[in-house]
Design a protein around this ligand. Structure first.
Ligand SMILES: *Cc1c(COP(=O)(O)O)cnc(C)c1O
Length: 490
């Protein structure tokens, strides 16, 4: 199957590209994104066939249905990375919290956040393509905390790929920073920037536009690629666990096969919920896709009113930083699907030039047939964390907590809900310790200990070890010096 463009074709780009091409150069005509030409229709037969299948079997069958230009042996190797998760036989446990509420835990991989679900196999696939073509790639990443560790972990020691990862020094949690700076491999460079996440991101954009940088890369025979969530190579792996989670509910006899459920997703760049959207289109019985946000609530406003509005809005730093986003890139793929390329191009152009767009009444009702949304403040989130722990013995992170608000306000029908948990409690421990015990301003190490004591659980070894590991990456520089630093590394 080939991939086409959300904003139509500009006569410069090919009108359709293979999967490999779409993931190596993910930006399409007019700054648009690549989407599959059609989606495989899996339907009830696929669900019935896989009622007893393990995660990798479902994944393989779904990937084959996409008919992408990746050899089966590469897909097998990529999927075998799920064997490194806590439980090799089930990388995504689905846990009952109460009556009609289930949590699908997407954080049991090496860096303890949902980014591993896609980046683990994606790293293998990208490196296999680079090897086959005998080309060298540089992956540039700017991270606020979760993408960086997951990208470093997946590309570590892989052939033909180098990674330069920029993070705001002082702008991530201790655990997130340690996950990055203790990574030691010749093909990885981690760079702390004096500034915040916006500075890191704008430094990256600056670099991408720099002519001297481009020339230097050409001389070294290195091409640029991206591992961010607009890359369809990540999205494709984010469809699988929605199907798996539904089947888990059937297996647990929570729903009968075919019965609809709510899928409730803590959302930022809209990649996770986009996977759910595609799963539904491929035949998963979904009542509504519930989009949960924090105080940066552009998505709630869009889904409730049809207005996507970034005017006079400043990014708010919240306790769920992986969802702190104003321009949510993957929404574009839904616009394309519902309204076509011409309208998508028009809407995205309007967003670029005037910082907003407004959907028409008919368009809004189409969107609302599929999605509902709400947002949750940091204080509300902390109250949900405390309540889930005290009433149900369930420990969760602040991103997951945002879903509990929408679960209460958006589930109109008496159907089961699946909430997606995107991070382990260990990654955002100061907020959780604050919610559970009231302590403030704790460092990660102390917060981890107090949560472990309170919940009578152990701090996972891979997190505990971080604090004793040697720092392998100690570069912290001014953003003006990034280009030079990366070229020296290459
Ligand atoms: C990335 C991330 C999200 C947001 O996911 P999107 O696909 O960008 O919507 C939510 N929670 C955590 C912990 C994340 O790392």
């Amino acid at each position: 199957m080939n991939f086409i463009e959300t904003r139509g074709n500009d006569g410069q780009h090919p009108t359709s590209v293979t999967f490999s091409e779409a993931i190596l150069s993910p930006i399409a005509s007019f700054g648009g994104l690549y989407v599959p030409e059609t989606l495989p229709q899996l339907g009830q037969a696929f669900l019935a066939k896989h009622l007893k299948s393990d995660y990798k079997t479902i994944a393989k069958d779904m990937l084959l249905a996409f008919e992408i230009d990746i050899e089966e042996s590469v897909l097998d190797e990529a999927l075998s990375l799920y064997d490194k998760f806590d439980d090799a036989s089930n990388p995504v446990p689905v846990v009952k919290v109460k009556d009609d509420l289930y949590v699908s835990e997407l954080y049991h991989g090496p860096t303890r956040a949902f980014k591993d679900m896609a980046l683990q196999p994606f790293g293998k696939v990208l490196s296999a393509i680079a090897q086959k073509r005998d080309e060298n790639y540089l992956i540039l990443a700017a991270t606020s905390g979760d993408t960086g560790p997951a990208a470093l972990e997946t590309f570590k020691n892989r052939d033909k790929v180098q990674v330069a990862c920029l993070y705001p020094d002082g702008g991530t949690s201790d655990v997130q920073r340690l996950q990055m700076v203790t990574e030691e491999a010749e093909n990885l460079k981690v760079i702390g920037i004096k500034g915040n996440f916006d500075d890191a991101q704008s430094a990256l954009k600056h670099l991408l536009a720099s002519e001297t940088f481009k020339e230097a890369l050409q001389k070294k025979n290195i091409s640029l690629s991206a591992a961010n969530s607009v890359n369809f190579g990540r999205i494709i792996f984010q469809i699988i666990y929605h199907i798996h989670s539904y089947l888990e509910l059937v297996r647990q006899e929570a729903v009968a096969m075919g019965e609809k459920v709510y899928l409730n997703v803590p959302s930022g760049n809209f990649g996770n919920v986009l996977g759910a959207f595609y799963a539904q289109k491929m035949g998963l019985p979904v009542e509504k896709l519930v989009v949960s946000s924090n105080e940066n609530n552009v998505l709630t406003q869009l889904i409730k009113t049809g207005l996507y509005d970034m005017r006079n809005k400043e990014l708010i730093a919240t306790t769920s930083p992986a969802m702190d986003i104003l321009k949510s890139s993957n929404v574009e793929r839904v616009l394309y699907d519902l309204f076509g390329a011409e309208r998508t191009k028009e809407l995205m152009a309007k967003l670029d030039s005037e910082k907003y767009y407004q959907l028409g009444a008919e368009e809004l009702s189409k969107l609302q047939e599929l999605f509902v949304a709400d947002y949750c403040t940091g204080d509300e989130g902390k109250a949900y964390i405390k309540k889930a722990f005290e009433e149900h013995g369930y420990l969760m992170d602040p991103h997951t907590a945002t879903c509990f608000k929408a679960y209460e306000t958006c589930s109109e029908k008496p159907l089961k809900s699946i909430i997606y948990s995107t991070a382990e409690w260990t990654k955002f421990s100061p907020t959780i310790a604050n919610a559970l015990t009231g302590e403030i301003d704790t460092r990660d190490i102390d917060a981890l200990k107090s949560i472990a004591k309170k919940a009578d659980i152990e701090i996972p070894a891979m997190i505990n070890e971080l604090f004793d590991k040697e720092i392998a990456q100690d570069t912290v520089i001014e953003k003006e010096d990034i280009e030079q630093e990366i070229l020296a590394f290459l």
